[in-house]
Design a binder for this molecule. Structure first.
Ligand code: C5P
Length: 270
């Protein structure tokens, strides 16, 4: 779980994974989502250097029911952070006496490795399960995808359009992406350059990458608008759970009491 990004585009003044949504950090939500899917045993969270102790504290309550949650530090690019996470996976965290420990080093005995983004912290269990099932069924690399709604243009350095790919053949790619462990480790051993997506590294090695259905809720929280969308979703979930109540997002509609004075006209009293 790479969570070591700076989150500059979100503009919250702190690393994105540590921004709270409805009282819980994105990091906690993302890790809890993976473990709650029922198909993930253990998580390595990769965080900024100065957030290790805080992360251990935040995530400790999730390391129960046999789950191991390890925290390690990230690097300059997402690719570096994932590489650090894989190194922690293969050296550090396997619980003594577990099946994984018995099976030795390298992939630490896991049959599937997932790489997720802390920023996709509302990802539901179903796409996570679909990814894992597809790897278990024999695919070496699997990505969750959603249809592309906008027409996509390819442009040159001057911004002029050089091509219009057929939209029906395009997909937007989400996480977690799932891999046969030896394939992901080989891709990272070979990766010299930065990639925005882990499956991209596997493709470069010539492996086939399968797709499964993603989910609109697995969107990446990148901008302030994404954050608002996430907050609205969580508030509506909470209100469904708590029963009828009002939800307020910084404004509320004016509802006069019967027989009360009309409000001042804002045009007259700006
Ligand atoms: O920047 P972007 O939203 O694409 O980052 C995707 C994920 O990768 C985020 O969860 C972010 O915290 C993580 N990341 C990282 N290390 C970096 C850059 C991004 O772990 N150097």
């Amino acid at each position: 779980m790479p969570a070591a990004g700076s989150g500059v585009r979100l503009g919250a003044g702190l690393p994105k994974a540590f921004v709270e949504l409805d009282g819980r950090t994105m990091l906690e939500r993302a890790v809890a989502g993976l473990l709650g899917s029922g198909v993930v045993d253990d998580v390595v969270a990769v965080v900024p250097d100065d957030r290790v102790d805080e992360s251990r504290e935040l995530l400790a309550p999730l390391g129960v029911d046999g789950h191991v949650v390890v925290v390690t530090t990230g690097g300059a690019e997402r690719t570096d952070s994932v590489r650090h996470g894989l190194a922690a996976l293969t050296t550090a965290h396997v619980a003594p006496g577990s099946d994984a420990a018995a099976q030795g080093s390298g992939t630490a005995g896991y049959d599937v490795l997932l790489v997720h983004d802390a920023a996709r912290c509302l990802t539901p269990a179903d796409p996570i399960r679909r990814v894992v099932e597809a790897v278990r069924a024999g695919e070496v690399a699997v990505v969750p995808v959603v249809p592309v709604v906008d027409t996509v243009k390819q442009v040159d350095a001057s911004g002029h359009v050089v091509g219009t790919p057929d939209r029906a053949a395009l997909r937007a790619v989400q996480t977690p992406q799932g891999f046969a462990p030896h394939v992901l480790l080989a891709a990272y051993d070979a990766a010299g350059e930065v990639a925005t997506d882990d499956a991209g590294l596997v493709e470069r090695l010539g492996h086939r990458v399968a797709t499964v259905d993603g989910d609109p809720l697995a969107f990446k929280v990148t901008t302030g608008e994404d954050r608002l969308r996430a907050e609205i979703h969580l508030a509506s979930e909470r209100s469904l759970a708590d029963g009828p109540q009002s939800i307020s997002f910084g404004w509320r509609p004016y509802r006069p009491e019967p027989g009360s004075e009309p409000p001042p006209d804002p045009e007259e009293n700006p």
